[in-house]
Design a protein around this ligand. Structure first.
Ligand SMILES: Nc1nc2c(ncn2[C@@H]2O[C@H](COP(=O)(O)OP(=O)(O)OP(=O)(O)O)[C@@H](O)[C@H]2O)c(=O)[nH]1
Length: 456
């Protein structure tokens, strides 16, 4: 990775959300940042890291643009590693537009691309790639658990773990290469006994790290929960009650929901994508409903957790198609308990015997039992998403690189010649280096940083 200042152009962008706000921050980064500030204030820039209230003027007309708080950081002690200026403006549209237009005419300055500030921070050696990704995750974090994971990764937890592994591989490689250089005879034989446990141990650690149920990736995206059940069981009503808004259409006509309806919820700090699905029945009214049922089954199969809804008024009959979908990842719900009788509930409850599947009695109409349902879903979410003491990988690209690394290590252990083992260890080390961006990642950068917004 390059650690000197690479860029000759200076970039600027609104770093806060567009639109009207109390304060809007425009960020400028690059060698012209200080002179851009001088052009707007008509004075020499203030001392670094001291907030100063100053008048900003259009350099062409002298027109006052704002009374702003300005802050300057000098390279390399800044977020990007370059000279950086932050203009804390009054967040009116005309103020922001005036300042952006004034910056646009200054020589050597241009509007930043999405993610370009963070990309410069990476390219100037201020962040590794996992930390840069965590900046995007922190900005996107909608729940407490997501924020915690992003902060931990931004502070370098994942990068340090992979760098530590890479260091161990570098030492193992040196050992293998020394064996090759100093071997008296050209005897066949793979990895020396001294190095073997290091490589095998690391392959095991990587396997454990990979075998985490995808919790880091799921925590970023949200746990997928699908509500399934017979037509008219009250699935849409339940989704609306949990979302506290009318996201799905409710009607007394069976087969109302035809496609998947999704809502994003925060359940006890965990992000959840709750999906309403078409009611399961054999005889679909038409091909649209048939397709809806196919999608419902598909969603149920892919969901992390299912909520199987039964209409309590039809107990002790249990819809067989819904029963079929129940497994250990299912929360069973008897809905419409406001209408159900003892004659329905008592025999109904005795039907589902596994304690983990104990039905929760709810009424989407009165709200009875919804708290218990939310609590149960929160327990399921915590079980699948809670972050442990070791950091979790958070992206498919981390997973792919770690699998590649592990495969190379296993090959190294089986290699018939030390030269071949050395090559495999080199490949393993390179796979780890690609996660943190320590080696040849030029092709990845556009993909990674395009997910950022402008100004980040
Ligand atoms: N009394 C009572 N009625 C309910 C309850 N939940 C749903 N309903 C009614 O049951 C009917 C069907 O509700 P929906 O939420 O549309 O059921 P659904 O399972 O989504 O139906 P499909 O879209 O056909 O699969 C509507 O008339 C609702 O008002 C409940 O807890 N109590």
């Amino acid at each position: 990775m390059v650690t000197t200042n690479l860029f000759t152009t200076t970039i600027y962008a609104l770093a806060t959300a567009p639109g009207r706000s109390g304060v809007a921050v425009v960020r400028i980064s690059g060698p012209q940042a200080g002179s851009a500030l001088a052009a707007l204030t008509g004075r020499t820039p203030p001392a670094p890291r001291r907030a100063v209230l100053t008048k900003l003027r259009d350099p062409r007309t002298g027109d006052a643009l704002d009374d702003a708080l300005v802050l300057r950081f000098t390279a390399p002690a800044s977020f990007t590693g370059e000279d950086v200026v932050e203009l804390h403006l009054h967040g009116g549209r005309a103020v922001v537009t005036g300042v952006i237009e004034a910056l646009a005419i200054l020589p050597g300055l241009r509007l930043a691309e999405p993610g370009e500030f963070t990309r410069r921070a990476f390219e100037n050696g201020k962040l590794d790639l996992t930390e840069a990704e965590a900046v995007a995750d922190l900005i996107d974090a909608e729940t407490t658990a997501q924020r915690r994971q992003a902060l931990r990764q931004m502070e370098g937890a994942l990068g340090k773990l992979y760098d530590g592994w890479r260091e161990r591989l570098t030492r193992a490689l040196a050992h293998i290469e020394a064996d090759i250089d100093f071997a008296e005879d050209d005897l066949p034989g793979g990895v020396a006994d001294a190095v073997r446990p290091v490589i095998a141990g690391l392959a095991n650690e990587i396997a454990t790290h990979l075998d985490d149920g995808g919790r880091g990736e799921r925590l970023r995206e949200g746990l997928h929960i699908a509500i399934v059940g017979a037509p008219n069981a009250g699935k849409s009503s339940l989704l609306n009650a949990l979302a506290r808004r009318d996201a799905a259409i409710v009607s007394a006509r069976a087969g109302t929901t035809r496609d998947i309806i999704e809502v994003h919820l925060d359940l006890g700090g965990y992000p959840v994508v709750l999906a309403d699905t078409a009611g399961l029945r054999e005889a679909a009214a038409d091909e649209v409903e048939e397709e809806g049922i196919r999608r419902a089954r598909d969603r149920a199969a892919r969901a992390d957790v299912k909520v199987a809804v039964f209409d309590a008024t039809t107990l002790p009959d249990l819809d067989p198609a819904t029963l079929d979908l129940i497994d250990a990842d299912t929360v069973v719900v008897f809905n419409k308990t406001d209408l159900a009788t003892d004659g329905n509930l008592r025999p109904g409850l005795s039907l589902i015997v596994a304690p983990i599947l104990a039905p929760i009695l709810v009424s989407a109409h009165t709200g009875a039992g919804l708290k218990a349902l939310e609590e149960k879903l929160t327990v399921f979410s915590a079980d699948r998403l809670a972050i442990g003491s070791a950091p979790s990988l958070t992206r498919a690209r981390h997973r792919a690189a770690l699998m590649e690394c592990r495969e190379s290590l296993l090959r190294a252990l089986d290699a018939p010649l030390p030269e071949l083992a050395a090559e495999d260890v080199r490949l393993a080390s390179r796979a780890l280096g690609r996660i943190t961006g320590r080696v040849d990642v030029e092709d990845l950068l556009d993909v990674i940083f395009q997910d950022f917004c402008i100004g980040k």
